[in-house]
Design a protein around this ligand. Sequence first.
Ligand SMILES: [Zn+2]
Length: 151
Amino acid sequence: MPLTIPSPLHDQLRHHGEETYPHECCGILLGKSEAIAGGSSDIALTVTGLLRAGNTRTDSAHNRYHIAPQELIAAQRQARKSGLDIIGFYHSHPDHPAQFSPTDFAEAHWFGCAYVITAIESGHAKITNSFLLSGTSEDDKAFLNQPIEIV
Ligand SMILES: [Zn+2]
């Protein structure tokens, strides 16, 4: 269940976090989601594009992120036009580890999507991790460590 991402896009989402530091950045991952042959619910996600999103959470933009529903709908429309899907989301953690917070987990509702987090330390992108939201409902959802394959 890897997340495959071209190197330039990987760099771009990391740079986005450096640009918005000390605030969080957030964005949408567009691409393709494919079932892995033989796997039950295992999927391979391939990123082919990024969409930057405005961080609409002005109350505490340093530790919360939120993508406006209108922005999501527009993103979905744009993706479908090019035969793509929303396959995940990314955001940054200014001066915090690249691990999901309880809020990140609570606000994650896109099953089968990747949630990518980059730690930005003193303005510099450090570790980038991806978590796959597995499960089918709020009761059995879980974040799984997802290997990132940079191509
Ligand atoms: Zn977070």
